[in-house]
Design a protein around this ligand. Structure first.
Ligand code: INI
Length: 160
């Protein structure tokens, strides 16, 4: 029997791509900084000139999947992280944006075998979103951790 588990200390050589939505950037910029803090403290080079990390900005969460797809297909990243914030109070098409972002992101991961972390906050209010992006805790940090775990796990699994 084999047991496979990702490690958090396996950052050497890992290439990470992050896709961030500008919509509600008060929230998403905080998610990004929490995420980068986590990656940095686990050994990922997050400097401007890093060969390990690229960040792409998109207009809104709806656009996260197409950019994640192109980055995944490039073969340059072992793991991708998508960051967004969809707030019910802001939009009557909340459900449409959330559904397209979540289904699209899941499809990218399945179709390319590159793990894509779903870092899209879905909340009723801006206050709730801010609480999850740093006022109480910063889920961006957790998304970074999950990316490290999945990047490591995929390396240890038998290849297809
Ligand atoms: N995009 C978000 O990321 N969050 C939102 O809350 C949101 N609202 O409220 O509409 C939102 N809309 C923009 C959408 O993601 C697209 O960028 C836009 O429709 C253009 O395709």
């Amino acid at each position: 029997m084999a047991t496979f588990e990702g490690r958090f200390s396996d950052a050497a050589g890992l290439r990470v791509g992050i896709v961030v939505a500008r919509f509600n950037d008060l929230v998403t910029a905080k998610l990004l900084s929490g995420c980068l803090d986590c990656l940095k403290r686990h050994g990922v080079d997050v400097s401007e000139t890093s060969p390990q990390l690229d960040v792409a900005w998109v207009p809104g969460s709806f656009e996260l999947p197409i950019v994640a797809q192109q980055m995944a297909r490039s073969g340059q990243y072992q793991v991708l992280i998508t960051l967004g914030a969809v707030i019910r109070g802001d939009t009557p098409h909340f459900d449409v944006v959330v559904a397209e972002a979540s289904k699209g992101i899941a499809a990218v991961a399945r179709d390319t075998s590159v793990p894509v972390i779903f870092g899209v906050l879905t909340t009723d209010t801006m206050q709730q979103a801010l609480e999850r992006a740093g006022i109480k805790s910063n889920l961006g940090w957790s998304y970074g951790l999950e990316a490290l775990e999945m990047g490591s796990l995929m390396r240890t699994l038998p290849s297809a």
